[in-house]
Design a protein around this ligand. Structure first.
Ligand code: BES
Ligand code: MN
Ligand code: ZN
Length: 493
């Protein structure tokens, strides 16, 4: 969808559909009032008649107006005008987008840009409108033999007569985020036989080719062997697809500026290995690369916005398969950091590839390192599918992520990474075991990673519950791209 700015006053505006807010108790937003005065009070009459109550996310499409230049109106409920929270605003905008999705309307002008949202500014409104309108129009059609029906809505203009610069800024940010989310969803939704480690490497190279200050580097298994990545390589041994260590580097600041480093788990299929997963729902383990997809989406967004930061994305990518040469329970491997690991469950493979990537990250002299991983089913048990799990060794970094998540409406919830949990990783035969037993699985997985991140400020996002949806609406969400781009925007400000 194309997003534009509309700065023409409503009195002289021409559009197929004007999107305006109404509130509870028959209150009209300023834009709705203006439209009301141009249309024989149609809007206030409909409110009086009770056709729309004005509750949050109520919508009413008025398909004909006695006004030649504004052909239709979409009324959107925002609840109580004084209590318009960020979440309610987002819900209402999403509802407007979903209503327009089912119509023949090709372009619309959105006046929700101008509403007052608690604690937010007009750039935030613009950013959220673009994100919320883009998301429902995402389709995954690559593998269907018949072309899917196209949606009519192709253009949305954000209305503001006076604050055009702030709206344009938010619009550009929203577009970069929406495109990053879309990219992440697309590579995640691709099946495991198409989206292999080699495919992910090709996508990184493509992003580098499209942006002058982004470079990609792909390490092969032989290179990783030389670096001593015995833990990572042990996971890929059971797969016929060669593992890749993908690095994307974006340079938006001077060479002396320490980079923000993202590390994304890129398991393009996790069958569990010899500790084979049960069959039901195993197809969803194609999504075990959603962390890496978010790294690609975030780096693309940062490059589109030309943020004044240095950013590195590191993606260890592999499959985890059962095979005669695969890891066996009890095997002991040596990580790049020199720590030996007893593999008590081959299905706890994410940490085995991440630990070597986290050691490798030191080479970039990072300011902070943030890893993103569909790491534990236990995260779903603890937090469900609402927030991503957040753990880390630095309060400032964790607080920064927490606050970015609130702005981006891409929530996280912090779990403790206390020393008391470290004991669960004791091994009789190696330095550390790769599992910590039944209790606190998300925390002990992070404890494992923490053994490899002592030299820098580090945070870990467990996105097992948030990176995709199951059931009828099965599909990737593109999370946590909005959170990460917001974090970068905050760092750049
Ligand atoms: N990729 C999975 C985690 C996962 C499972 C994410 C289900 C989302 C939904 C990970 O590699 C894994 O298998 N973890 C194990 C760890 C256990 C063996 C300690 C798990 O969560 O069961
Ligand atoms: Mn696994
Ligand atoms: Zn996994």
């Amino acid at each position: 969808m194309d997003f534009l700015l509309a700065n023409t006053p409503i009195e002289t505006l021409e559009t197929e559909c004007l999107i305006v807010a109404v509130f509870e108790n028959e209150q009209l937003s300023p834009a709705a009032k203006t439209l009301d005065s141009l249309t024989d009070s149609i809007i206030s009459k409909m409110l009086q008649r009770g056709d729309i109550k004005g509750k949050v996310a109520d919508t009413l499409l008025i398909n004909y107006l006695p006004n030649k230049s504004i052909q239709r109106a979409l009324l959107v409920g925002l609840g109580d005008a004084d209590k318009l929270s960020a979440k309610k605003f987002r819900r209402a905008v999403a509802s407007a987008a979903n209503t327009l999705k089912t119509t023949q309307i090709g372009s619309a002008v959105c006046c929700l840009t101008e509403e007052n949202v608690i604690k937010q500014n007009i750039s935030w409104n613009a950013r959220q409108i673009v994100e919320a309108f883009d998301a429902p129009f995402y389709q995954f059609n690559d593998c269907k033999s018949k072309a899917a029906d196209k949606f009519s809505l192709a253009q949305l203009s954000l209305h503001s007569v006076t604050e055009t610069d702030a709206v344009q800024t938010g619009l550009n940010q929203g577009l970069a985020i929406a495109q990053g989310v879309s990219l992440a969803k697309h590579v995640s939704d691709l099946p495991g036989n198409i989206c292999t480690p080699t495919y992910l490497a090709e996508q990184a190279v493509k992003i580098a080719e499209q942006h002058p200050n982004v470079t990609a580097e792909i390490l092969e298994e032989a290179d990783m062997q030389k670096l001593g990545m015995g833990s990572f390589l042990s996971v890929s041994r059971g797969s016929r697809q060669p593992a890749k260590l993908i690095t994307l580097e974006y340079k938006g600041a001077d060479a002396a500026t320490q980079p923000i480093v993202f590390v994304g788990k890129g398991l393009t299929f996790d069958a569990g290995g010899i500790s084979l997963k049960p069959g039901a729902g195993m197809d969803e383990m194609k999504y075990d690369m959603c962390g890496s997809a978010a790294v690609l989406g975030t780096l693309q967004a940062a490059a589109e916005l030309q943020l004044p930061l240095n950013i590195v994305g590191i993606i260890p990518s592999s499959e985890n398969m059962p095979d005669g040469d695969a890891n066996k329970p009890g095997d002991i491997v040596t990580s790049m950091a020199g720590l030996t690991i007893e593999i008590l469950n081959t299905d706890a493979e994410g940490r085995l590839i991440l630990c070597d990537a986290l050691t490798y990250a030191k080479k970039y002299n990072p300011d902070v390192v943030i890893d993103l991983a569909t790491l534990t089913g236990a995260c779903l048990v603890a937090l469900g599918r609402v927030p991503s799990g957040l753990l880390g060794n630095d309060d400032t970094l964790c607080n920064d992520l927490q606050s970015a998540s609130e702005t981006a409406l891409d929530s996280v919830w912090r779990l403790p990474l206390w020393d008391e949990y470290q004991d669960q990783l004791k091994s009789n035969f190696a330095d550390i075991a790769n599992i910590g037993g039944r209790d606190a699985g998300t925390i002990t997985a992070a404890c494992f990673l923490s053994r490899f991140t002592k030299d820098y400020q580090w945070a870990h996002l467990d996105i097992a519950g948030t990176a995709w949806k199951s059931g009828e609406a099965k599909g990737a969400t593109g999370r946590p791209v909005p959170l990460l781009v917001q974090y970068l925007l905050n760092r750049a400000a």
